[in-house]
Design a protein around this ligand. Structure first.
Ligand code: UDP
Ligand code: MG
Length: 154
């Protein structure tokens, strides 16, 4: 099973959507492997958004990501990185499809509710960036055989 990193951005924290979004992930059968609250700072954001540091909107993005504490979460499941990206929707909330998290909760290109890892390399780096090894639990719920068929289990 894959691991992926979610950040409940200040837009989710301020607008009170964390519970509804966690419910969506649990309904899908994703396993919560790690969860904690933290205040992001400039150092971790420069690493996390290294691909964007030269963009004109980067200072604004940093301020938006530091506007409140965030909740970071590691989710685990089969193809979890792609599954969570599909559930997240397009970056711009105004273009994200209805039914996706951004499509249902965001009308912004920046205040778009959650971050979700975009590929296996990023997911591994991001889980390691936000969690110590002992904060990740490789537990398997008893009902996992009703989430995936025997032929889908690793
Ligand atoms: N972002 C922004 N303006 C843009 C593009 C992106 O403020 O024109 C912000 C937005 O919050 C986005 C984050 O930068 O979620 C990271 O951008 P990326 O292209 O990695 O999008 P994502 O992977 O979050 O869909
Ligand atoms: Mg991205």
């Amino acid at each position: 099973m894959e691991k992926t990193l979610i950040i409940f951005k200040p837009s989710a924290m301020e607008r009170g959507y964390v519970g509804q979004i966690i419910t969506r992930f649990q309904q899908k059968g994703l396993i919560i492997s790690g969860c904690k609250m933290m205040q992001l700072d400039e150092k971790i954001l420069r690493e996390h958004y290294a691909h964007l540091v030269d963009k004109p909107f980067f200072p604004n993005l940093m301020a938006a990501m530091m506007a409140s504490p965030v909740i970071v979460m590691c989710l685990r499941g089969k193809d979890a990185i792609n599954v969570v990206r599909l559930m997240t929707g397009a970056t711009n909330g105004r273009e994200a499809l209805p039914g996706t998290i951004r499509g249902d909760f965001s009308s912004s290109n920046q205040e778009n509710i959650i971050h979700a890892s975009s590929c296996p390399e990023d997911a591994a780096a991001e889980v390691a960036r936000f969690f110590r090894p002992e904060e990740i639990f490789d537990w398997v719920p008893q009902n996992i055989r009703f989430v995936y068929s025997a032929f889908e289990m690793d």
